[in-house]
Write a protein that binds this ligand. Sequence first.
Ligand SMILES: *Cc1c(COP(=O)(O)O)cnc(C)c1O
Length: 236
Amino acid sequence: MSEGSEMVDADALAARIATVRTSIAEAATASGRSPEEITLVAVSKTVERTMVDAAYQLGLRHFGENRVGDASTKFADPLPADAKLHLIGQLQSNKARSASCLFSMIESVDRPSLIDALEKAASALESPIPVLLQVNVAGEQQKAGCAVDDAAALATRIQQSPGLILGGLMTIAPLVTDPEATRPVFAGLRQLRDALVANDPALDLGILSMGMTNDYPVAIAEGATHLRLGRAIFGS
Ligand SMILES: *Cc1c(COP(=O)(O)O)cnc(C)c1O
C-alpha cells in the first residue's frame, strides 16, 4: 500500500454493499419492480482510489464524482474498461472538454451554455456524450439544476445536439430528516419525465437518477433507475 493512503477494510465494505443490495431488492420488490432495473452508482468523492479499487473488486462498476479536478487526479490511472464514471456535481463550461474525456455520463447538465460547451467538446470524441438533465424539482435557492419550467426547452436543445445523448433526468432531493418528505420530489421528477415524453415521444428519458443514502428506498418506490450512494457504501 502506498504511503498516505487509507487502510481499506474490505470486510466492512463488503458488508455495507451487501446491506445496500438487500435494501435495494426489498424496496424494488415492494413496489413491483425488479432489482435489475436499478443501477447502483457508488459516490466515491470522499474516498481514496484504494477504496474505489476495493469496491470494484467487490463487483461495483459505477462510480460517482462531483469534481472534475479531483476525479482527474484520482483516475489518472484509469479504472478497468467495464467501470463507468458519472459526473454528479456542477460542471463549469470551461471544464466540459476534460469532463467529456473522463466521464461515461454527465448527470449535471442544467443550462444552455453548458449544453453548447459539451456539444463543442463532443466534436473531438469518437462517440456522443451520454448526459442527464438535472432538474431542481424542489425549487431550492442556490441549488444546481434547471427549473421545472425550463426542462422541456433544455431537453429539446440536448436532443438537437448531435454530440450528446440524453438518457434521462437527475435530481437531488432537499436534505431532510424524514425520508418520506422527499417523496414529492422524486414523484415530481417521474411526473416531469412522463410529461416531457408525452409532449415529445422522440425523447428517450429512461433514466431517473434520484435517491441518496438517506432516501433511496423512497426513490426506488417512485421509479429511480440510478441511485447515487456515498455513505451507505463507503461509510460516513
Ligand atoms: C455526495 C452526493 C451523493 C451521495 O450522498 P450520500 O448521502 O453520501 O449517499 C449523491 N448525489 C450527489 C449529487 C452528491 O453530491
